[in-house]
Design a protein around this ligand. Sequence first.
Ligand SMILES: NC(=O)C[C@H](N)C(=O)O
Length: 324
Amino acid sequence: MKKILILHTGGTIAMSENESGTIIPGASNPLMAYNQLFAGQYDVSSEELFNLPSPHITPKEMLLLSQRINQAEQAGVDGVVVTHGTDTLEETAYFLDLTLPSTIPVVITGAMRSSNEIGSDGLYNLESAVKTAADDDARGKGVLVVMNDEVHTARFVTKTHTTNVATFRTPTFGPIGIMEKNGVKFFQELTEQQACPITHVIDHVYLLKAYAGMDDHLLTMLDLPSTNGLVIEATGAGNLPPQTLPALAKLIAHKIPIILVSRCFNGVAEPVYGYEGGGQQLQKMGVIFCQGLNGQKARIKLLVGLSAGKNGQQLATYMQDAIS
Ligand SMILES: NC(=O)C[C@H](N)C(=O)O
């Protein structure tokens, strides 16, 4: 029988609604009581690693989670399920995807409705995640996100709706599998990634979104000595308003890595345009284009790369290489 470890970290899946309709965390996760649901099918054990709403999760918790999963794999567990709040689920999932050298399936899930709401999706998502973690076809696919009958890669999935249970989507590429009545069915292959294990996480890695009329005000407010890196969600295919350029040049002169992604929901950032502030000029200035990741994922990747001691060309290659 497959050994599956469930690690609970909190989020709506662990919360309940009170009499006034407010969703609040309880003293412990109500799903801890459900291991017997899988009796006879899988050997399931569970631990409550944290009980945090996901906006409270930081890279420090992500690292602890990654270390616990590593230990479990060494101890002979066949698959790991993580339950997590959905707000920052994609960031934790991608952090694990980048840092874990796991070959065992690691599957993250959550819920959009708390444990005692009508139509609560937590238990169903948990069951789907356990089935996926126990499936041989889920091995070697990196960290997976299972929600609402779909299987997505940690690399590209994103939360797209504030409340709908069909919130997790993979723009551009789509999900890689679906849940069927008897288990999971994969229909897309993924290219393998090299894991980048880290032992600590650095801070002061920032994320800014570009907008029409953006000037250099926010950029000049960054403290140069302490800033480790910056991701900018640029407009369209990867362009910025020209008023941002002097401040950008200053950051680059201070060897602060600037990573560019697109603020568009679909597509990738590419240095296409030759006008002032266009992608070609940005690339010539030393801005690094990161294709296919959204801003929050690119920030996690930059943080992991910097925490692993990458810099210069090595960091640029690591950041450019999101799709392959
Ligand atoms: N659906 C959820 O889990 C949202 C909640 N605010 C969280 O991320 O913890």
